[in-house]
Design a protein around this ligand. Structure first.
Ligand SMILES: C[S@@+](CC[C@H](N)C(=O)[O-])C[C@H]1O[C@@H](n2cnc3c(N)ncnc32)[C@H](O)[C@@H]1O
Length: 274
């Protein structure tokens, strides 16, 4: 079954088929949620976790059939928990399964939404605590999230974000890029920048896309970035970078700490230039 398809988990609820690389991504999210809460609990009494693409809470690894918890359940498992959780997914049966899984295990303070990632921001914002330290995980299949939604969600908030940034697919379509990529990059100006920079820098096209996006994030107050985690398919094809951004150096320090070891326990080396 192809990745992204839905199937049934062993508990009878929906699960999502995922590639083995999902384990790597979730390892870093688990570690960041852990360090975020343990490291910040004395400074920030209120800490929120926002998952704009939460999925059903369970993934089944294609080929092996192994079942693993998805990002919302992982965020709920922190020893020192977040004080508020906000889960959203456009797929109604995924959200229904997530609710069932969570209600049997957790009494946390959780709000669920079942709409498009760009529309949910308007519903979410009034429900966020007025003063909190936030971590938002943005884990789409592609470039569904509009930059303006990130701007709206993060303005005047102390919110760290981690985004799966799909350079693999973007590079494949960038020559004749679909209009949605303009919304993703905050307007069409990225096209010219991409053309000029990728001509100058040859094979580093993924790097150019990341640089353009990080500049957009700088424009809305982000200062510290870590984009040293590149996720590939088992055949070595580039899929996405796990891009972390914070408005404070401390956030990037924490991310740097948790990203030194991969999920297999190996020390990670810096990514060589493409
Ligand atoms: C990569 S999966 C998320 C996996 C999840 N974070 C996890 O770790 O288990 C992407 C999810 O985005 C949802 N999705 C796709 N388009 C969306 C949209 N426009 N708005 C909100 N959710 C969307 C899909 O239903 C799918 O569950």
């Amino acid at each position: 079954m192809p990745t992204g398809d839905s199937t049934l988990g062993s508990d009878g609820n929906m699960a999502m088929v995922a590639g083995p690389w999902a384990k790597g991504k979730l390892h870093y999210i688990r570690r960041y949620c852990y360090i975020f809460n343990t490291g910040m609990k004395d400074k920030w009494e209120t800490r929120t976790y926002i998952d704009l693409f939460s999925g059903p809470g369970r993934c089944i690894i294609e080929e092996t059939g192994e079942e693993i918890d998805g990002s919302p359940l992982i965020a709920l498992q922190c020893g020192v928990p977040f004080t508020h959780y906000f889960f959203n997914d456009v797929n109604a049966s995924f959200m229904d399964s997530l609710r069932k899984r969570v209600s049997s295990t957790s009494s946390a303070n959780i709000r669920y939404f079942n709409i498009d990632c760009n529309e949910v921001v308007d519903y979410l914002l009034p429900q966020l605590p007025p003063s909190s330290l936030d971590f938002c995980f943005i884990d789409p299949f592609g470039w569904e999230i509009k930059f303006n939604s990130i701007r709206k969600l993060t303005t005047r908030r102390r919110m760290d974000i981690a985004i799966t940034f799909h350079t693999g697919e973007m590079k494949r379509v960038a020559g004749s890029a679909p209009e949605e990529l303009d919304d993703f990059f905050d307007g069409p100006s990225w096209r010219e920048e991409y053309k000029t920079e990728s001509q100058k820098r040859g094979r580093q096209k993924g790097r150019v896309l990341l640089d353009i996006y990080e500049q957009r994030l700088r424009n809305i107050g982000y200062q510290a970035f870590d984009d040293n985690i590149l996720v590939r398919t088992t055949n070595g094809l580039h899929l996405y970078y796990l891009l972390f951004a914070s408005k404070h150096e401390r956030g990037a320090d924490l991310w740097h700490n948790i990203s030194q070891k991969s999920h297999t326990g190996q020390l990670r080396l810096k990514i060589p230039k493409e």
